[in-house]
Design a protein around this ligand. Structure first.
Ligand SMILES: [Zn+2]
Length: 72
């Protein structure tokens, strides 16, 4: 039944949205292109002005981003 199906998919979408909202934000680092969180580290350069530079590449779309992490 199309009506029931539409209801189910709406519910599934709401559940997914709730799950995404519950995810901790401070872990990452999301791909600006596809919003996934899975990166390869393709290059690490230690200590640039006291920070570690990492070049990462998105596993899904290949988008490259650079992050700077303060060394604790
Ligand atoms: Zn991506």
């Amino acid at each position: 039944m199309p009506t029931q199906h539409a209801l189910d998919s709406t519910r599934a979408r709401e559940k997914l949205a709730a799950m995404n909202k519950a995810e901790p934000v401070d872990v990452g680092l999301r791909c600006p292109n596809c919003h996934c969180r899975h990166f390869y580290v393709v290059y690490t350069r230690p200590k640039v002005n006291g920070r570690t530079m990492r070049r990462r590449e998105c596993r899904h779309c290949g988008r490259r981003i650079v992050t700077y992490e303060r060394v604790g």
